[in-house]
Design a protein around this ligand. Sequence first.
Ligand SMILES: Nc1ncnc2c1ncn2[C@@H]1O[C@H](COP(=O)(O)OP(=O)(O)O)[C@@H](O)[C@H]1O
Ligand SMILES: [Mg+2]
Length: 301
Amino acid sequence: MIAVDQLGKRYGRIAALDGLSFEIKKGGVAALVGGNGAGKSTVLRILSTLTAPTDGDAVVCGYDVVQDALDVRRRIGYLAENTPLYGDQRVVDFLRFRAALKGVAKGERRERVQEVIRQCSLQGVERRRIATLSRGFQKRVGLADALVHLPEVLLLDEPMVGLDAVQVPAVRELIGSLAGRHTVLFTTHSREEAEAVCRQVLHLQRGRLVTAAPPVPRTPASGGIYLEIRGDHEAICQGINALAGVRRVETAGEGDGRWHRLVIRTDVGRDVRPDLFALAANHQWVIREIRLEEGDPCADS
Ligand SMILES: Nc1ncnc2c1ncn2[C@@H]1O[C@H](COP(=O)(O)OP(=O)(O)O)[C@@H](O)[C@H]1O
Ligand SMILES: [Mg+2]
């Protein structure tokens, strides 16, 4: 749904983006995380066709952001970092005006506007002039604007900034709830914020991706832990067997003499990896690989 390939953006000698590639599947929610100047806003501005890349490609809903900019615009809702709103308009009038501008059929506008007012918790301020609202409310008016035409893709630049402690969880929940029906990319400077909302976290630093989505911490369910370890075989098996939560230790194929390949069966939901590291350190055994075995259908649990 969103595909970015070797994207680059230069401002004179500054490379705001440098060979950035990622994909977000239809109905997925992803976060771009990074400090100030990492390039987050630049990515969203390119995807929303406000600025052109100087290198690489970006495709949204199958349309190229440069060649098919109009097709892209019709399918996206964009919340800018500094939400530009028409301050002297009332919330409801602004949203109706925006709905009309974005091609929502006349007969559906009232309903769409009521829906986004509800989604963004704007009940009670519909008749207020936007300029008189707090920053948090203005942000949510911007969010309502981004949503009003039911776009396939939502690009939200810092949607949590300016919100108070009560509003943040509500907006978090709202963004999470968009998954499935919409494809969402939002930016934040907070990794915790990103991980609270979605699994696909793209960490941006100086215009490059530092790590792809870090795996969500898992505990072994039906599988076990695969381990490659060096040391005295018997002592290793005894030591691991004695750990709380371990059911048994199996040999996983041939070791190469010094290295032993083991699978450790544990109680469901028990993650003994930290204990394994501690045990190995105590005995000066060397671990060269340790990983959770995923959903092995043959494993009993
Ligand atoms: N219009 C511009 N002209 C020159 N440099 C810019 C412009 N917009 C952004 N930059 C630079 O590009 C880099 C990335 O900016 P930005 O995408 O806004 O980062 P972020 O949103 O992560 O804080 C920064 O070094 C910034 O100074
Ligand atoms: Mg920014």
